[in-house]
Ligand binder design. Structure first.
Ligand code: ZN
Length: 378
């Protein structure tokens, strides 16, 4: 049981060291949309993107307004809602592109049909760059830099393969008797609605006694019946689901797959056969056993705390559930293996406690149905 782990992650240390020595090339090409002149600009990623051209006033684009424009392979071409229609910014440096992409949350809005061949090929280009990166900087840094570049369609494919591996590992089926599923859907929809997440995210209860919950790349969240069995009220389960949706929102499991799959996985991406690779089988398993970084856990907790508050509920029950699991299920594949419950996490959830101001998330009858979701014949 790794309760109260306080040691820092060695990967994080090496990643930050490496990033200090690998500042991206900040130069880019800019067309202002008014003339056809090609301008060389220097980019600064501040609270907005700043384009600085020698001898001129800086142009600022807010990240939320930046959109992707079609561009050739190996180039990130951007436009901005507040700039003239034909304004284009072209970035060739993969590291800079990745950093920028990670800040532009609405990059691919209003462009149906993207994430198509071009996106996947572009992503393969990123994989090529990544191999060089792995050799120079090691896997952790590259996983961090590469994750924002992974198209969602590809992420879902990764998630589907990981799901098959995990189902094979546990021989587990979904629990979905009608009353239980109705209650579970109500809870998931409430959480998803409050989080503003779309229907591409889904959740299911798996019939296994292991007390766990996890998120897969692409947006699937699984709650194991073993954790549901230990829960005493809907807020406990809601908090855990919200935490997992936090990992989905931050793409933590994709980052971890890239990270744990290691070099051979990245090379597999390069040559196209990722879905059958042994590295992915290993990495899928590690989704259940290796820990998220302390930072990823804190961010997912922050997401869950905000969400529970938005629903007028307390995040404290989530901490109570995790604490209840502590000690009874040492290490292994319990939720505490992949989401280590440190004292500071517990303290934070307790500190954010508040009296309920919103409606109960489930009625008593619905909660009883959810608890019995794995009972056959209900
Ligand atoms: Zn977590």
């Amino acid at each position: 049981m790794s309760m109260g782990v306080e040691d820092s992650e060695p990967e994080n240390t090496s990643a930050s060291n490496a990033s200090a020595t690998s500042r991206p090339d900040a130069s880019a090409i800019f067309y202002d949309g008014k003339s056809s002149r090609r301008r060389s600009v220097t980019l600064s990623l501040l609270d907005r993107l700043e384009l600085q051209q020698a001898g001129e006033a800086a142009i600022q684009w807010s990240y939320a307004d930046i959109r992707r424009a079609d561009g050739p392979l190996g180039m990130l071409r951007l436009t901005c809602l507040t700039a003239p229609d034909l304004a284009r910014l072209e970035i060739r440096d993969a590291v800079l592109a990745a950093e920028l992409v990670s800040r532009c949350a609405r990059l691919d809005e209003n462009s149906p049909g993207r994430h198509s061949v071009a996106a996947i090929v572009g992503w393969s280009m990123a994989a090529v760059v990544s191999i060089v990166g792995v050799i120079l900087f090691g896997v952790p840094l590259v996983a961090d830099r590469l994750t924002p570049l992974v198209p969602q369609a590809f992420e879902r494919r990764l998630g589907d393969v990981a799901e098959r591996q995990i189902r094979a590992l546990f021989g587990a089926k979904n629990c979905d008797n009608a009353p239980g599923q109705a209650a579970f859907s109500k809870l998931v929809n409430t959480i998803r609605g409050a989080a503003g997440m779309d229907l591409s995210t889904e959740a299911a209860v798996l019939a296994t006694a292991v007390p766990n919950a996890f998120a897969l790349p692409g947006g699937k969240v699984f709650l194991f019946n073993g954790l549901l069995a230990r829960a005493e009220n809907p807020d406990e389960i809601a908090g855990v689901l919200a935490h997992e949706f936090g990992h989905v929102s931050h793409r933590d499991s994709t980052r971890r797959l890239l990270h744990d799959g290691g070099t051979s996985f990245l090379i597999g991406l390069l040559f196209g056969d990722v879905t059958g690779s042994g590295a992915l089988i290993f990495a899928s398993r590690s989704l259940l056993t290796s820990s998220y970084s302390r930072e990823a856990e804190q961010n997912a907790d922050g997401f869950a705390i905000d969400l529970m508050h938005r629903l007028g509920r307390s995040p404290k029950p989530m901490g109570q559930l995790l604490f209840r699991v502590t000690g009874k299920e040492a290490g292994g594949m319990s939720i505490l293996a992949s989401h280590p419950l440190t004292q500071d996490r517990l303290a934070r959830m307790t500190a954010e406690d508040q009296a309920p101001s919103g409606p109960a998330l489930l009625t008593t009858a619905e909660w009883q149905s959810l608890k019995a979701i794995c009972v056959i014949g209900k």
